[in-house]
Design a protein around this ligand. Structure first.
Ligand SMILES: Nc1nc2c(ncn2[C@@H]2O[C@H](COP(=O)(O)OP(=O)(O)O)[C@@H](O)[C@H]2O)c(=O)[nH]1
Ligand SMILES: [Mg+2]
Ligand SMILES: [Zn+2]
Length: 285
């Protein structure tokens, strides 16, 4: 029977199947992968044994989840102040893990109508490349379109502390926070909570209760890889003279031409330059 691993605690896996959740253990390491199954893996089970592990589409380390379809990247409209730099860094990081990013702007109730209109106008630049959801916990109906995207997918949340991740979990399923709270209580002592990642069935999909991409580090990337992580630049790069154009000092660069023609958000290009330099400065051995 086919299933999806939604939880791992002390070597015991919980596999979601058409017959409901089943607790199972793996047969051992898997020949083709030489690795243990993890949360998010699509597997075959016989009785209470995981017998086969399907190929992964991607493989996150923190939290440890395979086959993530999308990451909701939260950048609050205010408090903390909206940052295009953080937005672009997170987007590149998520792209580098082969995960689809979905932009979420929480706390729109903290802006007045004209401030919100200004932010939306700036964000319009991203619309051809990313879905954007503007939400507020003060108006739960703002979450309707976001909820609809959960179906049949594995989703994780990303974004800095205070962005509104826990609040979003709470709106999507008020039981989620409670459940994680129960786990820490069950462990007792209340001093140290051992967190384990778990996928919760919500809106016909699965949502991780542990945020991803919390370390905004790019050690795994070479500067030459960066152009591929900016889909807006990728779309233009056909017009660059050089195939592996870095869009920095090369002649006949379509990205720089678009920048001069105001077809690229200035902050977007600046953030690209900053990141490119940072990746060059990373020590490699
Ligand atoms: N006004 C307003 N406050 C919000 C909204 N979403 C979250 N907050 C508040 O922002 C703070 C941080 O939210 P939280 O969900 O804990 O962020 P996290 O650190 O990303 O999990 C909390 O005080 C929330 O009550 C919103 O849509 N509107
Ligand atoms: Mg939180
Ligand atoms: Zn170029």
């Amino acid at each position: 029977m086919e299933g999806r691993i939604i939880k791992l605690t002390g070597g015991l896996y919980t596999v979601q199947t058409v017959q409901g959740p089943i607790e199972a253990r793996p047969r051992g390491l898997f020949r083709h992968h030489n690795q243990a199954p993890k949360v998010g893996d699509k597997v075959l089970i016989e009785g209470s044994t995981i017998t086969e592990l399907f190929e992964r589409t991607n493989d996150l380390q923190r939290p440890s989840i395979a086959n993530v379809d999308q990451a909701f990247l939260l950048n609050a409209a205010a408090n903390p102040e909206f940052s295009f730099n953080l937005l672009d860094r997170f987007l590149a990081l998520i792209e580098s893990h082969d995960v689809r990013a979905v932009i979420v702007v929480p706390k729109i109730d903290l802006l007045d109508a004209s401030q919100l209109a200004t932010l939306k106008a700036q964000m319009r630049y991203y619309e051809p490349f990313y879905d954007i959801h503007y939400v507020s916990t003060k108006d739960p109906s703002t979450f309707t379109s976001l909820k609809a995207t959960l179906k049949d997918k594995i989703s994780v949340l990303a974004g800095q502390t205070g962005a509104g991740k826990s609040s979003l979990l709470n709106v999507i399923d008020p039981n989620l926070d409670l459940k994680t709270g129960e786990i820490s209580k069950a462990l007792g002592r209340g001093r140290h909570t051992t967190r384990h990642t778990q996928l919760w069935p919500v809106e016909g999909g699965l949502l991780a209760d542990t945020p991803g991409f919390s370390k905004l580090t790019f050690d795994h990337l070479k500067p030459e890889e960066l152009p591929h992580l900016f889909p807006d630049f990728v779309a233009l790069s056909e017009g660059c003279k050089f195939r592996e154009c870095q869009h920095l000092n090369e002649p006949h660069c379509a990205v720089k031409q678009a920048l001069q023609a105001d077809q690229i958000l200035k902050s977007r290009y600046q953030n690209y330059q900053i990141l490119h330099q940072e990746l060059k400065d990373v020590k490699r051995y």
